[in-house]
Design a protein around this ligand. Sequence first.
Ligand code: GLY
Length: 575
Amino acid sequence: MLLAAAAVLWLPLAACMQPHSGAVTGSVQPIADGSATGIGGAVASSEANATVAGSGILERGGNAVDAAVAVGFALAVTYPAAGNLGGGGFMLYRTPSGISFFLDFREIAPTAARADMYLDANGIPDAAASTRGWRAAGVPGSVIGLYQAHQKWGRLPWTDLLKPAIHLAEQGFHITARQADSLNRQHLAFSQDPMAARVMIPSDQRSWSEGDRLVQVELGATLRAIAESGEDAMRKGPIVERTVAASIAGGGVLSAADFANYEPVVRPVHRIEWNGLALLTATPPSSGAVFLHQVLSTLEGQPLAEWGFRDARTIQLIGEATAAAFRDRNRYLGDPAGFDFQWELLLDPAYLAERRRSLRPEHYTPPAADLPAPPIESTETTHFSVVDANGGAVAVTTTLNGSYGAKVMAPDGFFLNNEMDDFAAQPGVANQFGLVQGRYNAIAAGRRPLSSMSPVLVLRDGAVDAVFGSPGGPTILTTVLQVLLNRYVFGLDPQAAVRAPRFHRQDLPPVLRFEAGRLDRHANQALDEWGQPLSRTPSIGDVNAIFRDLEAGEWRAVADPRRSGLGLVLPLRKN
Ligand code: GLY
């Protein structure tokens, strides 16, 4: 019964699905009065089945939160590197009537966590301990977070939202070449964990190929339990008991009480007035609000639009501004719980005016401290965006932190995060992203680690104009910033704003990383002459965005061409 319902639900949308990533637009009602009421909804995510699942929920009259919940659970099946039940995330939601919420369902440090738990006998951080295995896992928040979002703001029955994910887990889905490659690259890691080996390695031990069907029986059963019991399935009972037993057996510190006591937090949304727009951003433990506010303020008055986005002066100024913002981020931000610092002080106009005055193009400012060796960056987190027919909008960034998190799978078929690595294991020493952080992000039981996840909503004349975010560790922040600048300063169309070449500079390491082949020769030469260390990287970010196209009077859902996502826009539906 359930399976048939799920299949029927998808058929009309599957039929209009495009085979490749990119924008898919439907005809929608022009916006006459600044409100979004009455226009078709849209979904953009990193995985086609998940986008279709969310679109199906919108088709059935679900609102943006309903659709986001369906996308979130579907991604836990079809995008297991980052979609999750065993991780956490941030949701920004703006209701059709214009009220905004930030729901933080990020992981927390287990009760047994200690400040020195990832230091070896010599007091040196043991990177493997905070990134691999059960000891690296924080208490997951995704299931409880999505459940509470639905309880507060959803419309359709909870069980309906789980149906697509259950279907995808139990019946399986055909993997893409990219997914096959992602799974094959983890063969060794999966082989070291009994559950991951059973589910994520083909039974004959061969490699995955494009078109293979990935079936996840245990995950399907877990999703059925969640459909039936809601958040309780992740608070108490057999799933929690088996997860805690596996954690103990694997040297982890998760306890049954950690699961029972986990609570998401509704936090303030930080509104940034910029360029005639309002940006709705996520406050600590997200660093999005402070970072974007600081950088946009620092760049105020600079002739970026005149120079263009490829100009060396533009790139250098942005790099200087982002490096300065990372310095504050790393030094002062963390979980506001038990904080003895007001993050709002970092937005003091006089403080930012001074930073603006010291900014010079054609100048490179080296960081103050010696450099740690830059570690390899994981880009596995994922972002999805939804708007509904009534103008409700949701931006969710969710994560296991590293690719497939801690690379351990619970007996009930879901990966556990390695979010504990987002804490400063030892203030002053680099984590897996090369971020050197301060005491405000030290490990303490019950605290959330500082995050770069930065979902954003943009308002123009009081109506949602854009919804977006990205994965990428610290590059999330610079990616989101560049999409904003591309669209609203350089005037690029939605697809071009997402497609445009990206670069990234944080304070430490001081290199400006740019996408290979995407920085022109003149810019490269100029940056080099100014002393800016440069390095190439294959690609930065994976933005899944929805923009309102005022001229065409339609939504544009754009999935980043860097990966294999799918944007879908529904045709006009009258309410
Ligand atoms: N784990 C990625 C982030 O929270 O920034």
